[in-house]
Design a binder for this molecule. Structure first.
Ligand code: G3I
Length: 376
């Protein structure tokens, strides 16, 4: 507890000392930022960790300052939409790899790792899917999709989110799996064959089970944690090739605390299964935080600190990926705008690409994390 308080105090002092000057875009109506001269990817790599973020082709292409910041700060790029079915599959018989290939080229140019998101998800399906997919063709459709898409980037991917958000206790199945659409169409074994097809298409990429809403002290989250652990244990026993769990971590400044024994035990149990852990989509929802920028930034940064200080103690955690780098392009601006109309301030960089207290919180969490590099 006292350790947390002193870290927050350090964070506050750092924020105050550096606010006002160090990173400012010409002509932008922005506050100055914190010192970002040591990029987040460097803070992470000193401890044998990866730092990266999700981004869209549209903004990397149209905003050179943002693209430069991305390349400077990140070691991993996750296409936010370019590898989803609704972009990749204009028709049942065709593929559109243009946007994803562009993203891959971006990673080559800037020496970043490329991460695949996502193969079997209930959202972002193309318009034709609901009338075309049925119990007779769904397995073939999914297996072919995985073979083609994973095959195209074989040897080039750091990791693939093979299944995404597939546990939902509210669907009231004994195994806790979500029913729609893949389970109803292809049976519960779709998870097994998705991982097997992905492994066959790329033997080297880490194969990830990516889940949301696992860290909160509520009934849904508790049910998800319990179901996920037993599903993972059962599948690993049958040698289904799962390498890692992705904890999405879309947390909020007003969430009930996740600094608790239950969550720590859950994370340890994943590690005990021999799985690696990727913090795959972290951002901090500031929808209900105070309007005052400084107070709001403090709360957002404090939430990053509380979560990362806790989770990075677990040495099986190998990467921290934020869901977006700058507030300017955060999905939350569209999906969870503030009622007072103020811009959301959820990520390490603000609308003007200036580093915020959240940047310092993430950098400090890396600095204080135990070393997992081979020599550490
Ligand atoms: O590209 C079209 C554009 O042509 C069109 O004019 C515009 C009109 O609204 O829509 C654009 O597509 C949007 C797309 O994001 C790109 O901005 C879609 O409507 C919108 O639904 C889509 O939302 C994405 C969402 O996943 C669904 O794919 C969000 O950006 C993305 O941040 C979000 O990411 C998910 C992860 O994949 C899984 N975990 C949760 C996370 C947040 O919801």
């Amino acid at each position: 507890m006292s350790q947390h308080l002193s870290r927050r105090a350090v964070l506050t002092r750092t924020g105050l000392a550096l606010a006002g000057s160090l990173y400012r875009l010409k002509g932008a109506a922005c506050e100055g930022g914190v010192d970002i001269s040591t990029p987040l990817k460097v803070h992470a790599s000193r401890k044998g960790l990866l730092f990266g973020s999700a981004a869209s082709q549209r903004y990397l292409k149209s905003d050179p300052a943002y693209a430069a910041l991305f390349a400077q700060q990140c070691g991993v790029l996750v296409p936010e939409g370019e590898l989803k079915w609704n972009v990749l599959r204009p028709t049942p018989d065709s593929y559109n790899f243009g946007p994803a290939d562009w993203m891959y080229e971006f990673t080559r140019t800037h020496n970043l790792k490329f991460r695949g998101h996502t193969l079997a998800w209930w959202q972002a399906l193309p318009g034709w899917f609901s009338s075309y997919a049925n119990q007779g063709n769904a397995r073939r459709l999914l297996e072919e999709h995985i073979a083609t898409v994973v095959g195209r980037y074989s040897g080039k991917m750091h990791s693939w989110d093979v299944v995404n958000e597939v546990v939902d206790p509210y669907d009231k199945r004994a195994d806790g799996l979500k029913t729609k659409p893949w389970l109803e169409l292809a049976g519960p074994e779709y998870i097994d064959f998705s991982f097997q097809s992905a492994r066959a298409a790329d033997p080297n990429a880490l194969l990830v089970w990516n889940e949301n809403h696992l860290e909160i002290n509520d009934t849904w989250s508790r049910g998800k944690r319990k179901a996920l652990l037993s599903l993972l244990a059962e599948k690993l026993k049958r040698k289904i090739p799962i390498d890692a769990v992705g904890l999405q971590t879309h947390v909020s400044t007003t969430d009930p605390s996740f600094d608790n024994k239950e969550f720590k035990t859950f994370v340890r149990k994943i590690a005990d299964l021999g799985l690696r852990i990727i913090i795959s989509e972290i951002d901090v929802i500031d929808h209900d935080a105070p309007a005052n920028t400084s107070i709001r930034d403090e709360k957002v940064a404090g939430t990053y600190s509380n979560y990362l200080d806790l989770i990075l103690k677990e040495k099986q955690v190998i990467a921290v990926l934020t869901w977006g780098l700058s507030d300017k392009y955060s999905w939350l601006a569209k999906f969870k705008p503030r009622e007072d109309g103020l811009p959301v301030r959820t990520l390490p960089f603000d609308d003007c690409l200036a580093g915020k207290k959240a940047f310092t919180a993430i950098a400090n969490a890396f600095d204080w994390a135990p070393d997992r590099s081979p020599m550490g």
